[in-house]
Ligand binder design. Structure first.
Ligand SMILES: Nc1ncnc2c1ncn2[C@@H]1O[C@H](COP(=O)(O)OP(=O)(O)O)[C@@H](O)[C@H]1O
Ligand SMILES: [Mg+2]
Length: 354
């Protein structure tokens, strides 16, 4: 199995299996997945396992200006356009007998898509300004983080090209879906840094746990950045969960379940405060404490939090009152009809008879 792809949790093993399977064939592969999740890594793994003699040639369609992309892909003959002083081989030709990896294929300009489709269908190309058909033997891998189906609907991507490249789609899991791989990935990243001469720190179990609790919108690339930062800030030290959270991660929480978890851990840490007004009992978190949340968080979805709190308090009150709406409304100091309205809003079923 491919050693290039690190990790051994279920979804990663499945990914490796798909890579092994498809590598043996010449089928076109479409890699889909969030940015930083390992599309380049998987393309390399497929190429290496395929044992094709030629090279793996990587073209990032989003990074090359659209006027230059055609000549970059297909090459040009001398004098094909102003500045074409000599003939030049394109990336298609360079990948002959190997693999051509078209990264960010979703950004391929419409004008070039027809020419690309023809090249994929016939396995022949013509250089810009040339007549000669050049036969090629290559394996094509495409990748995108975009919603191509949406691009097709909007008229920015040709459906026929999509069907040509979508022969063997592989969905690469996000890091959030493979958190069990984090210890292995961290060791791998640290080993690389050590190999390159860095003095590496040790990350204790609380540190690894903190890394596993984070959401990783930037996937493995972001994890790599955080570990590199750790090596700079804490060379030769022991890093714990607190260091990870406070010095290395600015916690951001796009994920609802994690957000809720964070809400409860934070509120449970808040010490009860005696306050003058009687509207809060001693055991409730004082509203002042919410101000502190911006020490930890960049953003808070106020409406959602307030609904979450309201929902949980209503459920709690109903449970305490054994489902009696009248009793629960007294616990919450609201009118019975208001409570019924709110229960409807949150789809909380009415279990009692009152
Ligand atoms: N499964 C993996 N094993 C080892 N390294 C990985 C893995 N997935 C991603 N990486 C590393 O994370 C970084 C981002 O991966 P990359 O393949 O460039 O992501 P993408 O192309 O999807 O944006 C790279 O440095 C890569 O080496
Ligand atoms: Mg990439």
């Amino acid at each position: 199995m491919s050693e290039i792809i690190k990790g051994k949790c279920e979804v990663t093993l499945q990914l490796k299996k798909l890579v092994e399977m498809v590598a043996k064939s010449n089928s076109t592969v479409l890699l889909r997945g969030e940015t930083g999740c390992g599309k380049d890594v998987v393309a390399r793994a497929i190429h290496e396992s395929s044992k094709r003699n030629g090279e793996l040639i990587n073209v990032n369609c989003a990074a090359i200006p659209s006027e230059l992309l055609e000549s970059e892909l297909f090459g040009h003959e001398k004098g094909a356009f102003t500045g074409a002083d000599s003939k030049r081989e394109g990336r298609f030709e360079a990948s002959n007998n190997g693999t051509l990896f078209l990264d960010e294929i979703g950004d391929m300009p419409m004008a070039l898509q027809a020419k690309l489709l023809r090249a994929i269908e016939t396995r022949k190309i013509q250089r810009v300004g040339g007549r000669k058909e050049i036969d090629l033997n290559l394996r094509l891998i495409c990748a995108t983080h975009q919603d191509i189906e949406k691009k097709i609907d909007e008229g920015h991507f040709r459906a026929d090209l999509f069907f040509r490249i979508n022969v063997f789609p592989i969905e690469i899991p996000s890091l959030a879906e493979r958190k069990d791989d984090i210890p292995i990935l961290v060791n791998h990243i640290l080993d690389d840094l050590k190999y390159n001469g860095s003095i590496i720190p040790q990350i204790d179990n609380t540190g690894i746990k903190a890394l596993q609790e984070y959401v990783w919108p930037g996937n493995v690339r972001e994890l790599k950045n955080v570990i590199e930062r750790a090596v700079i800030i804490f060379p030769d030290k022991k890093i714990n969960g607190k260091n990870i959270k406070e010095n290395l991660l600015k916690i951001n929480l796009p994920d609802i379940s994690q957000e809720k978890e964070e809400l409860w851990t934070m509120t449970s840490d808040l010490s009860p405060i005696q306050i003058e007004a009687s509207s809060h009992s001693d055991s409730m978190p004082h509203p002042n404490h919410y101000k502190k949340w911006f020490d930890f968080l960049d953003k808070i979805d106020l409406r959602r939090h307030l609904s979450d709190v309201e929902f949980n308090l209503i459920e709690g009150a109903l449970k305490k009152s054994n489902g009696s709406v009248t009793e629960a409304s007294k616990c919450l100091k609201i009118n019975r009809t208001t409570l019924i309205e709110k229960m409807k809003k949150y789809s909380i079923p009415k279990l009692g008879n009152d």
